[in-house]
Design a protein around this ligand. Sequence first.
Ligand code: C5P
Length: 231
Amino acid sequence: MAAALRADFSQIPVIAIDGPAASGKGTVAQRVAAVLGFHYLDSGSLYRLVGYSALMHGTAWSDEAVLGKLAATLPAEFRGTDILLSGEVVTELIRSEACSNAASRVAAVPSVRAALLNWQRKCRLPPGLVTDGRDMGSVVFPDAALKIFLTASTEARAERRYKQLKEKGINANLLILLRDLAERDTRDASRSLAPLHQCPEAHLLDTTEMAVVDAVDQVIDWFRRLVPCNK
Ligand code: C5P
């Protein structure tokens, strides 16, 4: 029975979209999931929740035992587009620059990554899953049907983030955003565990000069070529 269940899970198609911060992979992944009627997992939000909890508890970045425990006992809940922690809606709160940096700190801790692995794999549900992050194709779903490395120039990514913040009425400084993004990319790509990198089998999608709608069409086109029954 267990073997049959495992076999079934491996039949559920996964589209893994990895890439650097603010590359637009979340927007593309969400839209692809909506078109295909698939589930969507924003794996970064899990690291953001652990980072936020660590900030709230004043946990040191070096305290691996406590950070791992925070991740393993995360009182998180996903309700539609809302993310809750201990019953409190934190959807917007965890998008702050402070939480982005905290997420990237805790993401380098082995016990945190181990604790979040199962959580992510449980999101592989029929009829399929679209997920985005840094190690979706390399570690979490190495058997993903389609792997994509979605990127854009650092300048384009910083400008998109700047525009997003301005639209929300949040004050931002483009140069500081640019510096923070570059620092986060370096930390995510240089850590020893599950670093950000393009898998050899992943399709490269550079969206520096590309509209979101075209990026979505490209992903769906690649997927339908691989799995033709998904019309
Ligand atoms: O994708 P997002 O920018 O929300 O991710 C926040 C941080 O979480 C990243 O900078 C990265 O350090 C970490 N992360 C990760 N692995 C993932 C997703 C996110 O290490 N699969």
